[in-house]
Design a protein around this ligand. Structure first.
Ligand SMILES: NC(=O)c1ccc[n+]([C@@H]2O[C@H](COP(=O)([O-])OP(=O)(O)OC[C@H]3O[C@@H](n4cnc5c(N)ncnc54)[C@H](OP(=O)(O)O)[C@@H]3O)[C@@H](O)[C@H]2O)c1
Length: 326
C-alpha cells in the first residue's frame, strides 16, 4: 500500500467514517498481507475484476495506469469510485471535487469522481472565498512541494540521501533526476511542449474546471527537500478592491482554513505546522502594491491529507450528505 493508501486508512478511522467492511486492495504480490484498521488486522486482497462486488465506495490511490483500467471495472461492479490519480480529472463526464469549493458537482456523477491534484486543492480552498467576494482574474503561484507528493519511494530516497550524506557515502538519485537532499528542483512531473511541466498545467486546467474558467493561472512547481506538506506563494489579482483586514476576516471564517498571520510575533505557517493536520493554513497576507487589487499570501497544507486522503474521504462523506450513495 502506498503513501496515500496508508493515510486513507488512518483518515477513515479518525473521522469515524461509517465503514461496514473495509476491503483493502493492492497489487497481487501484497495479497494476503494485513493492514491495521480500528485495532484489527484486515487481510489485503488483489485489486482485480470481481474485487469490487458489494463495495459501495472504492477509493483509489494506485496511480493513473491502475485507475484507467480498474475504475470502470469497479463502477460496473456497483461501486462509486473516488480516484486520487490524474487519470480521470479532465474527463468532462467526471466531477472534479473539493467539498469546500464545488460539492454540487457531485450531483452529476456517473460513477467516477476525481480528487484534484494536491497543489490545486490547497490553492483553491484558499482562493474560493476570495473569488466569491472579490472575483479573481489572475493568479501567479510558486509551489514548494514535499517529496511525499511523489509517493513512498521518494520518501525513502530523501532518507537514503540524508543517511549517505551523514556517513560520507556517495548520494544516489533514482526517483528524481537530481539530488533532492539540500536542493530545490524546478521540475514536477514531465515537461510539456509549452515549456511548463504537467504538474503546472494541472494547476491551470483544474482551477478552470473547479472554480472558474475565466481565472488565469501562471504556475511554477518546485520540489523541495521536505517530507510532508506543500507550501505555495500565491499572488492574486481581483476585479473588485479589498482591504487586507477584510480578506483576513473572510478567510478566518471559511471552511477548511486556519489563518496563521501575525508577522509581529513571527506567526506564519510552515510545512511542519501542517503535518498530520486537516486545515489549509494561510499567512503572510499582504497587499501587492505593484498591481491594482493585488494580494500576496503563503498557503500550506499536508499533501497526504487535504491534498489526497482527507479530500477523498470528505467526498465520500459529501456523497452521504447529498444522498448520492445507494
Ligand atoms: N502523495 C500525494 O501527496 C498525492 C496527492 C494527490 C494525489 N496523489 C495520487 O495518488 C496516487 C497514489 O500516490 P501515492 O503517493 O500513494 O503513491 P505510492 O506511494 O507510489 O503508492 C501507490 C501504490 O499503488 C500500488 N499499485 C500500483 N498499481 C496497482 C494496481 N494495479 N492495483 C493496486 N495497487 C497498485 C503500488 O504498489 P507497488 O509499489 O507494488 O507498485 C503502491 O503501493 C497517485 O496517482 C498520485 O498521483 C498523491
Amino acid at each position: 500500500m502506498g503513501a496515500v493508501g496508508h493515510e486513507m486508512i488512518k483518515t477513515l478511522e479518525q473521522r469515524k467514517f461509517p465503514v461496514g467492511t473495509l476491503v483493502p486492495l493492492d497489487v497481487a504480490a501484497m495479497a494476503g498481507k494485513t493492514v491495521r484498521y480500528n485495532g484489527a488486522d484486515v487481510i489485503v486482497q488483489e485489486a482485480k475484476k470481481g474485487a469490487f462486488v458489494g463495495v459501495d465506495v472504492a477509493i483509489f490511490s494506485a496511480g493513473a495506469d491502475a485507475s484507467l483500467v480498474l475504475a470502470p471495472v469497479a463502477v460496473a461492479e456497483g461501486a462509486i469510485v473516488v480516484d486520487n490519480s490524474s487519470a480521470w480529472r479532465m474527463d468532462p463526464k467526471v466531477p472534479l471535487v473539493i467539498p469546500e469549493v464545488n460539492p454540487q458537482a457531485l450531483d452529476a456523477h456517473n460513477g467516477i469522481i476525481a480528487n484534484p491534484n494536491c497543489s490545486t486543492i490547497q490553492m483553491l480552498v484558499a482562493l474560493k472565498p476570495i473569488h466569491d467576494a472579490f472575483k479573481i482574474k489572475r493568479v501567479v503561484v510558486s509551489t514548494y512541494q514535499a517529496v511525499s507528493g511523489t509517493g513512498g519511494k521518494a520518501i525513502t530516497e530523501l532518507t537514503e540521501q540524508a543517511k549517505a550524506f551523514a556517513s560520507g557515502k556517495p548520494i544516489v538519485a533514482n526517483v528524481y533526476p537530481r539530488q533532492i537532499l539540500f536542493n530545490a528542483l524546478p521540475q514536477i512531473d514531465v515537461f510539456l511542449d509549452n515549456g511548463y511541466t504537467k504538474e503546472e498545467m494541472k494547476m491551470v486546467n483544474e482551477t478552470k474546471k473547479i472554480l472558474d474558467p475565466a481565472i488565469e493561472v501562471s504556475p511554477t512547481a518546485v520540489r523541495v527537500a521536505v517530507y510532508r506538506g506543500h507550501s505555495e506563494a500565491i499572488n492574486v489579482q481581483t476585479e473588485k478592491p479589498f482591504s487586507i483586514p477584510d480578506v483576513r476576516a473572510l478567510l478566518a471564517k471559511a471552511p477548511g482554513i486556519k489563518v496563521m498571520d501575525d508577522p509581529s510575533k513571527l506567526v506564519y505557517p510552515t510545512a511542519l505546522d501542517a503535518e498530520g493536520k486537516d486545515e489549509t493554513f494561510i499567512g503572510r497576507l499582504r497587499a501587492d502594491p505593484t498591481i491594482p487589487n493585488g494580494l500576496n499570501m503563503w498557503v500550506v497544507s499536508d499533501n497526504l491529507r487535504k491534498g489526497a486522503a482527507l479530500n477523498a474521504v470528505q467526498i465520500a462523506e459529501t456523497l452521504i450528505e447529498r444522498k448520492l450513495l445507494k
